[in-house]
Design a protein around this ligand. Structure first.
Ligand code: URA
Length: 229
């Protein structure tokens, strides 16, 4: 890898900032100040800047408890994003593995490992997502079967994949789906004449939201949690 690229990835500096500090002879490679941003380095090269060894960190994985009013984007001109809630020096490459609507709360996974995120979001992998749903109107008993048979969404050909609906109270239910169509849960209930007033994601695949995380808080995933996907 090029020296300037390593500096960008490891520190969050822009490519032009990295090139400037290299040209100012601020960076040492194997003990010698170097001037060439294109110099080839690898994992065995000792790169030092400001007295600190510069190393590429491995991929990063986080879970966050998303509050309402926060968008699942990387940048947004108007709203706070889930990435803004991370207190990490270097945010480069971090993205959301499966978005939630601005008014949906709960589990959001964030990583800079694109292949890992793809296994969560790609329809081919059929990763389950479990939601707690609050509705305006009482649930009717026939819905469990209708959801299992596949709901037809307005404006879409074909049915949704079978979904598991578990009524909890008259107006609340757990819904488990294995796809991630746009506004899917809200549209599924709209298709049966009901309306979602609150939505919370409690689980993705085998990974539940850590209940010790207050809204807006996040933590790194443990190794065994990363390996679930
Ligand atoms: N389905 C929705 O309608 N909204 C979400 O945020 C997630 C799933």
């Amino acid at each position: 890898m090029r020296l300037d690229k390593l500096l960008c990835h490891a520190t969050g500096l822009s490519r032009s900032q990295a090139q400037k500090i290299i040209r100012r002879l601020e960076v040492e490679v194997d003990g010698v100040a170097v001037r060439d941003p294109a110099m080839a380095v690898d994992a065995a090269t000792a790169v030092v800047w400001q007295g600190r060894e510069i190393k590429l960190s491995g991929p990063r994985y986080f879970m966050l408890n998303k509050p309402q009013g926060v968008v699942s984007a990387t940048v947004d001109a108007q709203y706070t994003t889930v990435i803004d809630l991370l207190d990490e020096g270097n945010l480069r490459g971090l993205h959301v593995a499966g978005r939630l609507d601005i008014d949906t709360t709960g589990l959001v996974l964030i990583s800079d490992d694109g292949e890992w995120s793809h296994r969560i979001t790609s329809p081919r992998h059929r990763c389950e997502k479990s939601y707690l749903v609050t509705l305006t109107d009482p649930l009717d008993d026939s819905l469990v079967e209708q959801f299992a048979a596949g709901i037809e969404l307005k404006g879409e050909k074909g049915r949704c994949k079978a979904a598991r609906l578990e009524p909890l109270t008259a107006n609340t239910a757990r819904l488990i789906i294995s796809e991630g169509k746009y506004h899917q849960v809200k549209r599924m209930f709209a298709a049966v004449g009901n309306h979602v007033v609150a939505l919370h994601r409690e689980r993705i695949g085998g990974l539940p939201l850590d209940e010790t995380l207050a809204e807006g808080e996040y933590r790194a995933l443990h190794e065994e949690e990363v390996r679930l996907f």
